[in-house]
Design a binder for this molecule. Structure first.
Ligand code: 4AD
Ligand code: MG
Length: 448
C-alpha cells in the first residue's frame, strides 16, 4: 500500500497540534472514527492517534467525488484528508475541518465491519479485541498517561544522580518467593523469568552508588484479582548508604514528581477519561507514615466498628480489603513501615529496636488503590543473610554471588520497587489493571 501522493500543497498536520493551523488548509492522516450524515451534510469524525476532530462536508461545497467517497464511509477506514481548519468553540478540541479532499487508503468493507461499534461491549469481548480496543479515545488516553508515568519516573532518577542498570530477565533463582516463579528451560537447566531486578541492582548499587532498573517482571499469580498481572513493569531504585528513613523520603518525592508531571502534561487525557484531577493535586510530600502496629490497630478498630468484614489478626500480612480500607483513610499515599519479618522477604534488615520487625515499607495509594510500592533496607551482615537464605530453603549455591556483596565492602543499602500498572490504575481511576497496559497478561488470558 502506498501513501497517496499529496498533490495538495497543504502541510501535514496532527490533530494535537491543530491550533497552530487555524484558518489554514492542512492534510491529516488517520482513520474515520465516526460518521454522522444528515441529508446533504456529512460530519465525519477523524482520529489520527493524537486526537479527534470533526470534519464538515456539505454537498454543495465539496466536489461530487469527495462527497461520494465520504458518504457511507465505514468506521476505521484509513484516510488522508485535506481541509481548512476553523476554530469552533462548540467542537471537541475547539476546531473543525472543512473537508476539501479525501483519499481512502483502505476502506473497511460493509460486509465485514469494524467489530467495536460505539455501543457498549462486555469486558471479555473488548479484551478479546484488545488489538482494536486500544484505538478507542479512552484507551488511547490511558496509554498516553501510562507513557507519561514511565517518562516522569525515569526522569526523576536520571536527574537525581541515579544510573540505570538493567538486570537480566532470565535468572537462576527466586527473589520474591518460589510460589510465583515462571520456569524456562535453559539448555537443559531450569531458569526463571525475573520476579524483580533487586538482587542484581544491589550489586550495581555497590558499584555505582545510586542505580535503578526498569523493565518487565513476571509472576505466576494464580489468583484472579483486579491488582495482579502475570507480566508487569517495575521500576526499582537501589541506594548504597541509605536507610529506611532515607528510602521513605525518596519514595514520597518520587511519587509526588510523577503525579505532578501527569497533572501538567496529560491534563487533557485525564479530563477525557473523567478523572477527578483535584484528588491528584493533593499528592504532595510528605506522606503520612504508619507503623505496621498502628495500621494493625486501625484495622482491628475498623472491624469492631463494622467497616471491615474480616477481623484482622496481628502478625498477618494485610489482605486486599485491609489495604483498600487503610488507603482510603488518607488523601495521599500512606507509608506503612516495619511489618513482622515473618510475612516479608528473606533479604530485609531486622529492626534493631525489635528484631521481629523488618525495616521495610509498603506505600498504599489513596482512594482504596492499595500497594503501589514495596521496599526495604537490606540485610547487610553476611552471617544473617546466609542463615535467612537457608531458613527460606533457597538454594544457597544460586545465592553465592549475592552473599559476596556482604563479604566485600558491605554497607547499609535500601531500595524499592514500584509497579507501573498499579500507578496507572490509581492515577486514571480504573477499577482493574487489565486496562493499564497495552496487552495484559493474566491467569486466564494470553491472547491477543
Ligand atoms: O512488593 P514487591 O513484591 O517487591 C519487590 O519485588 C521488591 N524486590 C522490590 C524492591 O525492593 N526492589 O513488588 C513491588 C511492586 C508492588 O508494590 C506492586 O506495585 C508491583 O510491584 N507488583 C505487581 N503489579 C502487578 N501485578 C503483580 N502481580 C504485582 N506484584 C507486584
Ligand atoms: Mg509487596
Amino acid at each position: 500500500m502506498q501513501l497517496p501522493e499529496s498533490s495538495s500543497a497543504a502541510p501535514l498536520a496532527t490533530i494535537a497540534d491543530i491550533a497552530r493551523f487555524d484558518g489554514q488548509t492542512v492534510t491529516l492522516r488517520g482513520w474515520l472514527y465516526n460518521l454522522r450524515e444528515s441529508g446533504k451534510l456529512l460530519f465525519p469524525i477523524f482520529r489520527d492517534g493524537s486526537g479527534l476532530i470533526q470534519g464538515v462536508a456539505h454537498k454543495s461545497s465539496v466536489s461530487a467525488e469527495v462527497f461520494e467517497a465520504l458518504k457511507g464511509l465505514t468506521q476505521e477506514s484509513s484516510v488522508e484528508v485535506t481541509g481548512r481548519v476553523r476554530a469552533d468553540q462548540r467542537a471537541v478540541g475547539g476546531f473543525e475541518l472543512d473537508v476539501v479532499k479525501i483519499a481512502i487508503l483502505q476502506r473497511v468493507p460493509e460486509s465485514d465491519p469494524y467489530p467495536i461499534s460505539p455501543k457498549e461491549h462486555g469486558v471479555d469481548f473488548l479484551m478479546e479485541h484488545r488489538h482494536l480496543w486500544v484505538r478507542s479515545t479512552r484507551q488511547a488516553a490511558i496509554l498516553r498517561i501510562r507513557a507519561e508515568i514511565m517518562r516522569a519516573a525515569q526522569e526523576y532518577f536520571d536527574s537525581n544522580g541515579f544510573t540505570r542498570t538493567d538486570p537480566p530477565i532470565l535468572t537462576p533463582a527466586a527473589c520474591e518467593g518460589t510460589s510465583t516463579l515462571f520456569p524456562v528451560d535453559y539448555f537443559g537447566d531450569e531458569a526463571y523469568l525475573t520476579q524483580s531486578g533487586q538482587l542484581y541492582i544491589e550489586a550495581t548499587a555497590l558499584a555505582l552508588g545510586k542505580v535503578y532498573s526498569f523493565g518487565p517482571t513476571f509472576r505466576a499469580e494464580k489468583s484472579k484479582t483486579r491488582r495482579h498481572l502475570t507480566e508487569f513493569w517495575m521500576i526499582e531504585p537501589e541506594v548504597a548508604f541509605c536507610d529506611l528513613d532515607g528510602l521513605m523520603e525518596l519514595a514520597e518525592n518520587f511519587i509526588a514528581h510523577i503525579v505532578q508531571s501527569v497533572l501538567t502534561r496529560r491534563a487533557a487525557d485525564l479530563a477525557a477519561i473523567g478523572r477527578d484531577a483535584e484528588k491528584l493535586r493533593a499528592i504532595q510530600a510528605p506522606f503520612p507514615r504508619l507503623s505496621y502496629d498502628e495500621a494493625a490497630a486501625m484495622l482491628q478498630q475498623a472491624h469492631k466498628d463494622g467497616h471491615l468484614e474480616q477481623p484482622f489478626t496481628y502478625g498477618d500480612d494485610f489482605g486486599s480489603p485491609d489495604e483498600t480500607w487503610l488507603s482510603s483513610q488518607f488523601d495521599r499515599p500512606v507509608m506503612v513501615h516495619r511489618y513482622p519479618a515473618a510475612v516479608k522477604a528473606f533479604y530485609m534488615q531486622p529492626d534493631a529496636a525489635n528484631p521481629s520487625l523488618a525495616l521495610c515499607v509498603d506505600v498504599l495509594a489513596p482512594e482504596g488503590y492499595g500497594e503501589i510500592i514495596g521496599g526495604s533496607q537490606r540485610v547487610d551482615s553476611y552471617e544473617l543473610l546466609k542463615s535467612r537464605i537457608e531458613a527460606h530453603n533457597l538454594p544457597i549455591e544460586a545465592f553465592q554471588w549475592y552473599l559476596d556483596l556482604r563479604r566485600f565492602g558491605s554497607v547499609p543499602h535500601s531500595g524499592f520497587g514500584m509497579g507501573i500498572e498499579r500507578v496507572v490504575a490509581w492515577l486514571c481511576g480504573l477499577d482493574h489493571v487489565r486496562e493499564t497496559i497495552p496487552f495484559a497478561r493474566t491467569l486466564n488470558r494470553i491472547f491477543p
